[in-house]
Design a protein around this ligand. Structure first.
Ligand SMILES: [Zn+2]
Length: 360
């Protein structure tokens, strides 16, 4: 059950329509989990894929079912790799995904993708895929006035550290100047962070990218500690277990390592099964750096807007709480300090016009 969304909304809470229009910061979203369902359906039909031919059944098949109990494996099973037949498919679905970011007023995004996701069942070249996604994303973002950067995801269940090193070196044949980070994703239970130390030592030594590690999502804080101590993590994906470790919280505060937390995703994967008591509230209130993110909106059938609403309703926050969180979230980004300052000023202006528009 999506507990948060069914709680009675206090009249003083802003409506979802208003929150939809609010300028947003998003540092934890997977391209592979954010395809607009209509575009995905269109592409599947064009490619004659063996999928339901009516969109409602299609939608149900490829999204986490509404009102289903948390289920990590079911969640992961919704990610498919059979969509693409050509590089044009990769460009098409990237274009539609980035265009859709305008619908919920994303102001700045660090969009992550795993180049190998697109090549595993095709004969596409990972460098060509990387280039195509970045160029298409940049051009769409420019048209809609969105600020965008990219993060390259490596999947711990698919590659060893040495294989990651090989792919990482190979990807340098693409123009990576718009890429700001390297991400470790996938099954953290069976593939703990320490297995990937050689790869992240190399990324750290190169100094070209910041490091983002999915950790403490469905495990205790050992994986978060190791991600910081051995993988040089600059930011942690989820890190919900940090709520149980005050010593770790102090380190996160001291080093300003942000936890990018995703209320809906955390519920569906079983990382945190009760939305109203999601640890984000207590972590934020005790000064731990946290940013609110969506993860995989299409799989979840839920937008970043819905995560904002859940925070507002469940934590009794108001619009200003979210604005403050977003302003602080600029420090969670992998931009340079100069870029952060510039964007923060621009963000404040867009917040001002948002507030004026809705007389907030
Ligand atoms: Zn993620």
């Amino acid at each position: 059950m999506e507990a948060g969304m069914h709680k009675i909304v206090n009249d003083t809470h802003p409506s979802r329509d208003i929150i939809l229009k609010m300028p947003k910061i998003e540092v934890h979203r997977h391209l592979e989990g954010t395809y607009p369902i209509k575009s995905l359906f269109k592409m599947a039909m064009k490619n004659n894929l063996d999928v339901p031919s009516d969109i409602d059944t299609f939608k149900k098949t490829f999204q986490f079912p509404k009102n289903h109990k948390p289920d990590f494996l079911l969640f992961l099973s919704k990610f498919k790799k059979f969509w693409y037949k050509s590089i044009d498919d990769v460009k098409y679905i990237t274009l539609k995904s980035v265009e859709a970011l305008a619908d919920e007023n994303i102001f700045y995004i660090e969009l992550r993708f795993n180049p190998l996701h697109f090549t595993e069942l095709t004969n596409l070249d990972p460098c060509e895929v990387t280039q195509a996604i970045i160029e298409t994303g940049d051009s769409a973002a420019k048209k809609i006035g969105l600020h965008i950067r990219y993060i390259l995801t490596f999947n711990r269940g698919i590659q060893t550290a040495n294989e990651m090193i090989h792919t990482y070196k190979l990807l340098h044949n693409s123009d990576l100047s718009r890429v700001v980070g390297i991400d470790l994703a996938g099954d953290e239970i069976n593939y703990p962070p320490e297995l990937f130390t050689p790869f992240f030592d190399l990324v750290k030594k190169d100094g070209q990218f910041r490091i983002d590690i999915h950790a403490g999502e469905v495990t205790d804080t050992n994986n978060i500690w190791t991600s910081i101590d051995q993988l040089h993590a600059d930011r942690i994906g989820h890190g919900v277990s940090a709520i149980n470790d005050p010593k770790l919280q102090n380190v996160l505060k001291e080093k300003q390592i942000f936890l990018a937390q995703c209320i809906t995703s955390n519920y569906q994967t079983g990382a945190w099964e009760d939305e109203p008591s999601h640890p984000m509230k207590d972590l934020v209130e005790s000064g731990v750096p946290v940013t609110i993110a969506s993860d995989d909106p299409t799989i979840q059938d839920s937008l970043l807007t819905d995560d904002y609403m859940k925070a507002i309703v469940n934590f009794n926050w108001n619009i200003d709480s979210i604005i403050q969180l977003n302003l602080k979230s600029f420090d969670s980004t992998f931009l340079t300090n100069q870029e952060k300052d510039k964007l923060k000023k621009e963000y404040l202006l867009s917040i001002e016009s948002f507030k004026n528009k809705f007389r907030l």
